[in-house]
Design a protein around this ligand. Structure first.
Ligand SMILES: Cc1cc2nc3c(=O)[nH]c(=O)nc-3n(C[C@H](O)[C@H](O)[C@H](O)COP(=O)(O)OP(=O)(O)OC[C@H]3O[C@@H](n4cnc5c(N)ncnc54)[C@H](O)[C@@H]3O)c2cc1C
Length: 507
């Protein structure tokens, strides 16, 4: 019996498998597709934007460089990671197709930002992300079996059995990372609730006979939006048809051309369509991410329109949050209720992402209300505060879990703090343990961290830039669990250690 079966070897399933493998769990991944490659995963249609927070997660596990290399020329290098202060971003994203001006981002207003080897954003593709994660998973001893379609699951007191045809796979826990149409979600009886679509979106690789008729980039129009991407023939569009297009059909050239003409208000001609698919802005979320021994992560737990590129980033956040908690539960040292903090922390983030995508749809609606909303948003993002607010949402830096502390850093993704000797927090997190960073002159937390060495790495020394902190306790997922001032309170530190890491190995 394995500790954990993961259904789905998409980016989220593979990321979670790596987290669990790193923490010493035996992991089996079952994937329906016999082969990892597909034209949907390569450029241009497989292109995905990863946020600074997701890239920091790759950095913390030592696979950022591999991802940058696999992403090729599209990888934006990090701004100088050795600088003392974070520099302004070079690309700031968009809201409902309205581009942000990076020069308007007020870097000083973004909380606790420090330079890191992780770039602000990376335009990569699914094949690059999945191949890097699959290689890492193999190194960590994860068993990935392809061509296995899970069609039934049964749970008992000891574990879960996943069935695929005549084969049965047993594990103590099962995680559905099987995408937006998740079989696991349905079989395990999760409620999936939300809002129905207003538009059908299309993404295609086509030959446009008269490309000069289309503007490049994102183009909100009175009829919806179309996007002409930099790569040759990559066109996207959103048609406010109430989601009426029958998505079980492959969209034809004639249909795509008619929609593109209507949305763009031109008589553009598609002479050839090589690949095309459709999506909608249906926004749904599981009401809980755990039922008994079955959990959900990624698109299996939440779906929404791809506007603003948040789905994969949210899924990677789920995997980081769940991995160490499930591993601690498997190993029997999780404090009471730890696993349920997964839903408690990630569900509100998923709900906020769904609302973010709904707000963009509202601002794109081709009616007087939508047009009016677009005008308001344009005015707001012309301001420094407006741009900074939207940028924080896109970069992931807005995420803060409510961990019950008034300290403004607690619950946030930790900045890449550095000791004077050059050691970075990201380097200290490679083995998946939590980190206690102690900047105090008398290293007052050293004794308090003893006994948790298998779960917490203690590092001490003067800081290169301590942001006014005396010490921090960082969970394995990179979240700040506790922050102390220049004379850290040892008892408060010990309480935080007990809350997140349970009892010491030796008492
Ligand atoms: C056009 C478009 C652009 C996007 N752009 C961005 C972006 O820029 N940034 C971003 O963050 N997100 C973006 N997204 C969203 C992102 O692609 C998804 O959120 C992400 O791929 C979800 O990953 P996942 O691993 O949860 O699910 P998936 O990638 O769907 O993987 C699920 C896996 O489970 C397997 N599976 C399914 N059922 C079974 C079964 N019964 N048994 C075994 N295996 C099964 C599937 O074969 C698949 O491999 C975009 C989406 C679209 C459509």
């Amino acid at each position: 019996m394995h500790d954990v079966v993961i259904v789905g070897a998409g980016p989220v399933g593979l990321f979670l498998a790596c987290e669990l493998g790193l923490a010493g769990c035996s992991v089996l991944v079952l994937e329906r597709e016999p082969e990892p490659g597909s034209p949907w995963k390569t450029e241009p249609l497989g292109m995905r934007g990863l946020s600074a927070t997701s890239l920091e997660a790759f950095n913390r596990r030592g696979i950022l460089q591999a991802l940058l290399t696999a992403s090729g020329d599209s990888g934006a290098p990090a701004a100088n990671p050795d600088a003392d202060e974070a520099s302004p971003p070079r690309w700031a994203g968009h809201f409902a197709g309205m581009m942000l001006d990076p020069a308007k981002v007020d870097v000083a207003a973004l909380p606790f930002r420090l330079p890191s080897p992780a770039p602000e954003v990376l335009l990569t593709h699914l094949e690059a992300v999945e191949s890097v994660l699959a290689e890492q998973a193999a190194k960590l001893g994860v068993d990935v079996r392809r061509g296995v379609t899970v069609s039934a699951i049964a749970e008992n007191d000891e574990g879960v059995v996943a069935r695929a045809g005549a084969d049965a796979y047993e594990a103590r826990w099962l995680v559905g990372c099987d995408g937006g149409r998740s079989t696991v979600r349905r079989l395990a009886g999760f409620d999936f609730v939300g809002t129905e679509p207003q538009f059908t979106g299309y993404t295609m690789q086509a030959t446009v006979a008269d490309p000069e008729k289309l503007r490049s980039g994102f183009n909100p129009t009175p009829m919806g939006m179309y996007m002409r991407m930099p790569s040759e023939g990559h066109v996207g569009m959103m048609d406010f048809d109430g989601g009426a297009f029958d998505r079980s059909q492959q969209p034809t050239r004639d249909h795509l051309q008619a929609v593109l003409r209507r949305v763009s208000g031109t008589d553009v001609t598609l002479s050839d369509v090589r690949l095309a698919s459709s999506f909608t802005d249906r926004a749904m979320q599981a009401t809980t991410y755990r039922r008994g021994r079955v959990l959900l992560a990624g698109d299996a737990a939440h779906i929404h329109s791809p506007l603003g590129g948040q789905g994969l980033n949210t899924g990677i956040g789920d995997a980081m949050n769940l991995g160490w908690k499930l591993a601690a539960t498997v190993h029997g040292h999780a404090p009471d209720g730890l696993l349920d903090t997964y839903t408690g922390e990630r569900h509100p983030i998923g709900a906020a992402v769904l609302d973010w995508s709904r707000a963009q749809v509202a601002a794109m609606r081709p009616d007087p209300h939508g047009q009016a909303m677009q005008g308001v948003v344009r005015d707001l993002i012309a301001t420094r505060d407006g741009t900074t607010y939207v940028f924080a949402r896109l970069s992931g830096s807005w995420v803060r879990y409510d961990l019950g502390s008034a300290h403004p850093l607690v619950g946030r993704n930790a900045p890449d703090l550095r000791l004077e000797d050059g050691t970075r927090l990201g380097d200290l997190m490679r083995d998946g343990r939590g980190v206690a960073l102690d900047f105090s002159t008398d290293q007052s937390l050293r004794g308090a961290a003893m006994g948790w060495e298998s779960r917490i790495r203690y590092a001490a020394g003067p800081a290169r830039n301590d942001l006014g902190l005396g010490a921090v306790l960082v969970r394995p997922d990179g979240t700040v669990a506790w922050a102390g001032d220049r004379r850290p309170d040892r008892e408060a530190f010990e309480r935080a250690v007990g809350r997140w890491f349970g009892d010491p190995d030796i008492s």
